[in-house]
Structures are given as C-alpha cells and as structure tokens.
Design a protein around this ligand. Structure first.
Ligand code: FES
Length: 210
C-alpha cells in the first residue's frame, strides 16, 4: 500500500499539495495523513516520515549521506535574472552566482574576516572571474576559490605587477541544473579550507546580510 501511495504521489498533483502542507505546516500534514490512513497505523507513520524527508522539489534525501546530498535551492530562470542568490544547504550558508553562462557556489562568508560575498562585485583579474569582497577587497576566483594577489619583483623595478594565487581559500560547492531547478551539493573535499572557519562552529552566521 505504501509503494502504491508513493507511485501515486510521483504522478499526481496530490504530492504538490501535500508538499505545500509539509513546507507550511508539518504538523497539519501529520494530522491529515493519520486521519486518512487510520489513527496511528504503521502505514500512516511510514507515509508521514516519507514526506518529512523530502526536499522542496519532492526528492527524498538519503539519510545515510544527508550532509552531501544535493538540495534544490531555486529556479534556473530566477538565478539567470538576478545573477546571484543565497541559500542554506544542510545548515551551511552559500552564495550561488550565474556569470557568463556558468554557475558557481561557494561559502557565503569571506575567508579573510567573514565579509558578505553575496554583496560583492564580480570582476576579472588576469582573465579569471572573481568575486571582490566588499569589506577589504580580497579577490576570490569563482571557479576554484583561490585568493589572488598582485606581486612585483623588487629587484626588477621595470617589471609589471603579476597576479599570483595564495591557493584555495574559499570552499567551492557543486551546482547542477535539472529540469529548470538549481541544485547545490556541498563540497566533501577533505582538506581544511580557510572559509570553513566562518561556515561552521561558533562563527557560523546564518541569514545575516551585512
Ligand atoms: S572580510 Fe573579505 S576581504 Fe576582509
């Protein structure tokens, strides 16, 4: 019966309606399911937990790998119009950019001192698109999260300043597009990245925009 109900949900507008209830009022969804399927039967309990595990787009998350499963964060057409958006993915705040036909996602807080990268300008340095942090103007490549800086050779005063990399400083996440929806999956690269400091632990700031 549960399998039959799942198949029905995939093909009918009922899933859309129940998902709306799940988003607006999970308690109301629980009551509706239990009323319809009879008290607190195991079927009603299974169906309820199935819904509570769903993403907003109706995909069911894998509880074994929840932290790195992709999460739907919005619509592709909206991101193309605005050029950027913010989202919380598994309790981590990220910014997603659309720039010159490509999508990029990274930790929202700058690795240097926690500046709000979603408020920065995008500029090119040495042919590499970068987000420029609005606080102290650090440059971070959109594609790789490298911090860029300029250097000159003091022994050669005629030399022009060159753009150099400090290495990966900002954690980059993966963006995919499916059926007009934007999905983000968090990086599970094992190295320690400077931006982790502001994305986790005591310094994590969620939904702050200044
Ligand atoms: S906080 Fe970003 S440059 Fe200082």
């Amino acid at each position: 019966m549960l399998q039959c109900f799942r198949n029905c949900l995939r093909t009918s507008s009922l899933s859309t309606i129940l998902l709306q209830y799940r988003i607006l009022c999970p308690q109301l969804l629980v009551c509706l399911v239990h009323l319809h399927f009879g008290g607190f039967s195991s079927t009603a309990t299974s169906i309820t937990s199935y819904f509570l595990k769903m993403n907003l787009d109706g995909h069911v998350q894998d509880p074994e790998n929840k932290e790195y499963s992709s999460v739907c964060v919005g619509r592709e057409d909206n991101l193309k119009k605005s050029g950027r958006m913010t989202a919380v993915v598994h309790d981590r705040e990220v910014v997603i950019f659309y720039h010159k036909g490509e999508y990029h996602a990274m930790d929202i807080r700058c690795y240097h001192s926690g500046g709000p990268l979603h408020l920065g300008d995008i500029e090119e340095f040495d042919g590499r698109p970068c987000i420029v942090c609005p606080w102290h103007k650090y440059k971070i490549t959109l594609a790789t999260g490298e911090g860029l800086y300029q250097s000159i050779n003091p022994k050669d005063p005629s030399a022009k300043p060159k753009w150099c990399s400090k290495g990966i400083k900002q954690r980059i996440h993966t963006v995919t597009v499916d059926n007009g929806n934007i999905y983000v999956s968090l990086s599970n690269e094992p190295f320690k990245c400077d931006s982790d400091f502001y994305a986790t632990g005591d310094f994590k700031v969620i939904r702050s925009s200044s």
